[in-house]
Each structure stands twice: as C-alpha cells, then as structure tokens.
Write a protein that binds this ligand. Structure first.
Ligand code: CAA
Length: 259
C-alpha cells in the first residue's frame, strides 16, 4: 500500500519500522496520518515474519500533536458524531505484537499521547514531552490525562497538563515516562537492537507478556495477578517453553519456533 504521510520499511527481516512523515507540520497528526498509521501497524501485526514494530518521527519532531489547523473549525457535532480520536487513533491499542516508540524532538499533545500508547518509549537526548492543549483552550483528548499520571504520577501530570510545561528527556526518564535515553545519533540503533532482541524470543511469550503488563493498567491488582497467573500457566502449553527451559538446562542457545 502506498502511504503519503508515513514511511514504512522492514529492518533485519523482522522489525517493521513506521516513520511519521509530515515534516513541514512537525508530524502533526491528521486523519490521513492516523488512518495510514493504523493500516501499517495492522499490516505488520498480521505479517508472520514481523516480530516487533517501531514508530518514530524526525529528529525535530516525533509529533507536535493533533493537527491544529484541521481541528480549528470542528464543532461538537463534528467530533462527537465523527468519533474523533476513537475512530482511528486507538487502532494501536489493538496491535498484539510489541510497538516501541523511538522519540526524538517534540512529542507534544497527541504526539506524547501516541508515544504513551506504544508499549515503551526509547528517547533521544533531545526529546521533549508535553501536554500543551490547555494553551489552545482544550484538554488532552487521546489519553493524556489518564496515561500520563499512571506513568509519572499525579503531580507531574497535573503540572504538565495545567501549565503546559515541557519535560526534557532526562526528566522523562527520571519520572518513568521513558525506558531509556540515548544520544540522538544512536536512537534508531538502540530501538532496533531492542526490537531484534524481542523478535528472537518466543512470540507467544512476548505477546502474553505485553497483554499481561497492559492488564495492569486496566484492572485492580487481584484481577491483574489472576490474569498474569493464568497466562503464565498457559505458557506451559507451548513448545517454546519446552525449548527455552531445555536450552537453559543444557547450556545452549534457545531456538524458538513461536508455537
Ligand atoms: N498542528 C498543525 N501544525 C503544526 C502543529 C500542530 N500541532 N505543530 C506545529 N505545526 C506547524 C506550524 O504551524 C508550522 O507551520 P508553518 O511553517 O506553515 O507556519 C510548522 O509546523 C513548524 O512549527 P513552528 O514554526 O511553530 O516550529 P517551532 O520550532 O517554532 O515550534 C513547537 C515548535 C513548539 C512544537 C510549536 O510548533 C508548537 O507549539 N506546536 C503546537 C503544539 C501543540 O499545541 N500540540 C497539541 C495539539 S492539540 C492535541 O494534540 C489534542 C489531543 O490531545 C489529541
């Protein structure tokens, strides 16, 4: 499929890379981009050869938010009847293989929210995160008020949502928003290495781990633990569990067949 607002490629035969590509608008997220991003993620998710995905932007901007020009004239009826955000932004939540956000430059508003919808964030040292919607007379609308406090706690989330202050990469790592900070010129290498590491593990176990960690966001502790326990038990039905443990016991490298 030919895309106009994103670029896709496969690295190492196993990693699907999606680069947001509206450079003149600092990758502002419009409907076309979100449709194309959703289609690309779904295509990689369905591809047997792909084990992990990376969503990235440009050096200057991962994404500077939802496209303000496109939104400026919307009425309540437009966004409510059109199911704005829910209709195409949440496709990423249905993706079952891991999705890493490789963030350099601005990740603001919907850009920060998109990064948080990925499974984890690897940030370049020039990354800046923020929820500046308040400056536009609105509030975050793609999960920012919910995922940000879960990631960084209430105080920092309130600070960012109410004052529009940006957080740099160092603060984002300290606060737990991002998993690693690396020099800008090493960011894609680092993300790719992480993705390739994931691809070499049992795909069944990787998908189960993603599902179980995500459950911690959506349930109480007792339900989450029960879900994890059942998924853990289910792993013993896979041939990858036999292979992984046999390889350890016999001091050799495991060769998973993702079954
Ligand atoms: N939507 C549309 N266009 C955008 C944009 C956005 N979110 N962010 C930047 N652009 C455009 C600018 O209009 C500008 O276009 P022109 O060259 O045609 O004037 C171009 O990208 C470059 O931007 P700047 O000249 O402003 O670049 P800068 O380096 O001076 O500043 C910035 C960079 C701080 C990111 C600034 O562009 C900015 O503040 N952008 C808006 C950030 C924002 O408010 N994001 C939240 C959007 S609302 C949202 O996301 C809702 C939601 O939760 C779903």
């Amino acid at each position: 499929m030919a895309y106009e607002t994103i670029e896709t490629r496969v690295e190492g035969g196993k990693v699907g890379v999606i680069a947001l590509n509206r450079p003149k608008q600092l990758n502002a997220l419009n409907n076309q981009l979100m449709d194309e991003l959703g289609a690309a993620l779904k295509a990689f998710d369905a591809d047997e050869a792909i084990g992990c995905m990376i969503v990235t932007g440009s050096e200057k901007a991962f994404a500077a938010g939802a496209d303000i020009g496109a939104m400026a004239g919307y009425s309540f009826a437009d966004v409510y009847k059109g199911d704005y955000i829910t209709r195409n932004w949440e496709t990423i939540r249905t993706i079952r293989k891991p999705v890493i956000a490789a963030v350099s430059g601005f990740a603001l508003g919907g850009g920060c929210e998109l990064a948080m919808m990925c499974d984890f964030i690897i940030a370049a040292d020039n990354a800046k995160f923020g929820q500046p919607e308040i400056k536009l007379g609105i509030i975050p609308g793609a999960g920012g008020t919910q995922r940000l406090p879960r990631a960084v706690g209430k105080s920092k989330a309130m600070d960012m949502a109410l004052t529009a202050r940006m957080m740099d990469a160092t603060e984002a790592e300290r606060a737990g928003l991002v998993s690693r900070v690396v020099p800008l010129d090493k960011m894609m290498d680092e993300a790719l290495a992480a993705a390739l590491t994931i691809c070499d593990f049992s795909q069944v176990a990787v998908m189960a781990a993603k599902e179980a960690v995500n459950r911690s966001f959506e349930s109480g502790l007792a339900d989450g633990i029960m879900f994890e326990r059942r998924m853990f038990h289910a792993m013993f039905a896979t041939s990858d569990q036999k292979e992984g443990m046999d390889a350890f016991v016999n001091k050799r490298k495991a060769q998973f067949n993702h079954q």
